[in-house]
Design a protein around this ligand. Structure first.
Ligand code: ZN
Length: 198
């Protein structure tokens, strides 16, 4: 027996497909949306569509941004010879929040995972190699300490070493399997300062 209308069921199903939203939260959100005034719902859907249409990859570091070049890459006061490699834009944001990192970033948009069939060609590694043709002094690998993050770090290290560029890995003060974005700023800074040569 269908307890709700078909439309509500469809809405719940779509919401439940979002990360971190279980079936109960999806139900709560669906009923909340249905009870919202029409203009508010319209504003929400417009914002989603506008974001989808206008957000793109920075041409240098591949983070998500509204412009061709993101604010970090566009900043001449940043050290462009120091590149921190992160898995996603949320990790970049976590390091930016510390306000203490002065280099630039490279966003991979994922990590190598043989289990999930994600290979080196599926993340922004080719683009990283291209950037390294320029004047780069150090690459800091700040992928997560999950199996995928470590596999990716190893791969990058092997790839870069022959180029004679210094390669470091953030210290393992970061909990295993911990997503960087959930780690507090002090821990992040300690991990950065305690980075080790690879
Ligand atoms: Zn950028």
């Amino acid at each position: 027996m269908d307890l709700y209308s078909g439309h509500i069921n469809k809405l719940i199903e779509e919401l439940a497909g979002l990360p971190g939203i279980g079936n109960k939260s999806a139900q709560r959100l669906a009923f909340h949306l249905i009870n919202m005034p029409q203009d508010k719902v319209k504003r929400l859907t417009d914002v989603i569509l506008e974001a989808k249409a206008n957000v793109r990859h920075c041409k240098e570091c591949y983070t998500l941004t509204d412009a061709d070049i993101c604010p970090v890459c566009a900043n001449k006061n940043r050290n462009h010879r120091l590149i921190m490699v992160v898995e996603n834009t949320r990790d970049l944001a976590a390091y930016e929040k510390t306000g203490r990192y002065e280099g630039v970033y490279h966003v991979l948009h994922g990590a190598i995972s043989p289990m999930l069939g994600i290979g080196p060609g599926d993340i922004k590694l080719k683009e990283l190699l291209q950037r390294l043709q320029g004047d780069v002094e150090e690459v800091i690998i700040a992928t997560n300490s999950s199996l995928e993050g470590e596999t990716t770090a190893m791969y990058i290290s092997k790839m870069i070493k022959p180029m004679g560029i210094r390669v470091t890995r953030i210290a393992s003060g970061v909990p295993v399997g911990g997503d960087l974005e959930y780690i507090d700023e002090v821990t992040l800074l300690r991990a950065l300062e305690g980075r080790v040569e690879l």
